[in-house]
Write a new protein. Sequence first.
Length: 234
Amino acid sequence: MPVRQREDGFSPAQERLVEALRANRPGRDIARVRSEGRRIDRLRRHTSTLSDRLSALRPVSKTPAASSGPGASHRGDRVECVKTPIERLSEAARARGLTVAVAESLTSGLLASEVGKGESSSDWFSGGVVAYRMPVKTHLLGVPEGTDPTSPECATTLATGVRALLDADLAVATTGVGGPDPEDGHPAGTVYLGWATATDTGAEHFQFAGDPEDVLGATVEHALRLLVRLAEQA
């Protein structure tokens, strides 16, 4: 059930907290409660945005439909929905006996969270490393000091490093600028996805539009698709 908001912006629970604060420290902590409420709202919006993006990749029906839509194919009276990226990744990894790892800077664990939702992921998902600060990239995953964190070199080394660290067959890494402001000369939305397999390494560049939530969602989507491609070609 949704929480009812009062006209002053507080929910009933927040209003009770405000009254308690007034009793002990009149007027001083009201702004803090309001600020915390706004922070929670931003977090909810971010989670909802990513969830909506990834839900759009999932089939919502397997019943016959009156007309065909994108992503559906008919065989007789059956409608076969296209599998989602995570379903395809899970199938390919299990069929080929592959293990998968991810390294994340920009996405801070969002990609690992999605990969972990795959069927029987404990059998094929080795794990992930969140390497947000440059010293972590350097000391844990082998990115040379002075490397531009928003670069194909960084993305490739992150993927290579996490593949070796977690002894995985293939790995993908995310790095870039989520925004809303530019960073070190790179515009917001600049993203690099790195990959590493037993026979190949490389990186792809993307320029995504929108606010930080849009950029993160698009990055996770494309990283999942890259993992699928690597697994299905292995």
